[in-house]
Ligand binder design. Structure first.
Ligand code: SD4
Length: 329
């Protein structure tokens, strides 16, 4: 969206503008500095732009960061053209679309679903798990049953396009999780609202052609997403196995707690993952990317290889796509 129009479209945008600090020029990987009290969104990949737009609208209505992240990523979940999230997501090697998602709020409440089938909005089921059950995580058939009992409708999530891609893959049935090329890109979103509260959400169909039953980092609190309202939030995309093994998002937040900026924290976790994988053959197809948002509204992002981008939205600069800095070619 064009910046002026974007600001005009938000009821409170003009008011908020007056109270903001100037933002740093945001080139590749350079953090944005916004005074506390301003709304800020950061989302993974280019589908983050549309997700941010919706989330921004929701925060403009005075709703919370939690409402914003849920509403934002639902846009991506419902988009049949996004072959890596929700409806239209590529299936596993058995031809079944299975979804992973989680959500976390500023009070450290968390909800999650994994290996969920037939439900278009796993993030909303995750929120229900958070709000309506004593648990954090439901998986598989139990998660599906819970969703149906909570009023969600079952539907076929395998679009004709995804089925066609699956049939093509079946011709060789050769599995190598080549991130960015397979185009299995999770949407993760972090939001800071006008109250100074942070929330995050993460939702994905996971690695295309994965083993039936495989769960990645995305629904795991601390791996795909972590929010600590005293410090900041972080979220991940890329090869889930590498992110799980390093407790990726929780580690980014902990590094921020120890004084690192969101940018420095993202760089350090990518460095650690690189050190683990650098002598392994898996490095060949490894990609990981992180986004982070501090309590003061500063953003950061970093990835292993070029190709990862993310969308940042704030009052002064609107909604923009930024190429993340990277460690290696
Ligand atoms: C997973 N992290 O299931 C997800 C996939 C992803 O960019 O984010 N790809 O491993």
């Amino acid at each position: 969206m064009e910046r002026r129009k974007f600001i005009k479209n938000t009821a409170w945008g003009t008011l908020a503008l007056g109270s903001l600090q100037a933002c740093a020029d945001n080139g590749v990987g350079v953090p944005v500095n916004v005074k506390r009290g301003a709304n800020v969104l950061i989302s993974t990949w280019n589908h983050g732009l549309a997700a941010n737009e919706e989330a921004w609208k929701v925060m403009g209505e005075g709703k919370s960061a939690l409402d914003a992240v849920e509403a934002g990523v639902r846009i991506t979940e419902a988009d049949p053209k996004v072959s890596s999230v929700g409806y239209g997501g590529f299936p596993d090697r058995d031809g079944v679309v299975t979804l992973d998602a989680c959500i976390m709020d500023h009070k450290s409440n968390a909800g999650s679903v994994a290996f969920l089938q037939d439900i278009m909005h796993p993030v909303s089921v995750a929120r229900k798990v958070m709000e309506d059950t004593p648990h954090v995580m439901l998986v598989g058939e139990g998660a599906r049953e819970f969703a149906l009992n909570s009023g969600f409708e079952a539907q076929n999530l395998l679009t004709p396009e995804a089925e066609k891609a699956y049939k093509k893959w079946l011709e060789t049935a050769d599995y190598k999780p080549v991130i960015n090329i397979e185009n299995h890109d999770t949407i993760s979103m972090l939001a800071l609202d006008a109250e100074g509260n942070l929330s995050g959400a993460c939702t994905t169909s996971g690695a295309a052609w994965k083993m039936h039953g495989r769960v990645g980092d995305s629904p795991l609190i601390g791996a795909g997403l972590f929010v600590d309202n005293e410090v900041g939030g972080a979220a991940a995309t890329g090869l889930g196995e590498a992110i799980i093994k390093t407790a990726g998002s929780a580690m980014v937040v902990e590094l921020m707690r120890q004084g690192k900026s969101p940018q420095e924290a993202c760089e350090e976790i990518v460095e650690r993952i690189h050190n683990i994988y650098k002598d392994l053959p898996d490095l060949e197809y490894l990609q990981v990317g992180f986004i982070a948002l501090s309590k003061s509204g500063e953003t950061g992002s970093y990835c292993l290889r070029p190709g990862f981008n993310y969308a940042v939205c704030n009052e002064t600069e609107g909604n923009r796509l930024i190429d993340a800095g990277f460690k290696m070619q």
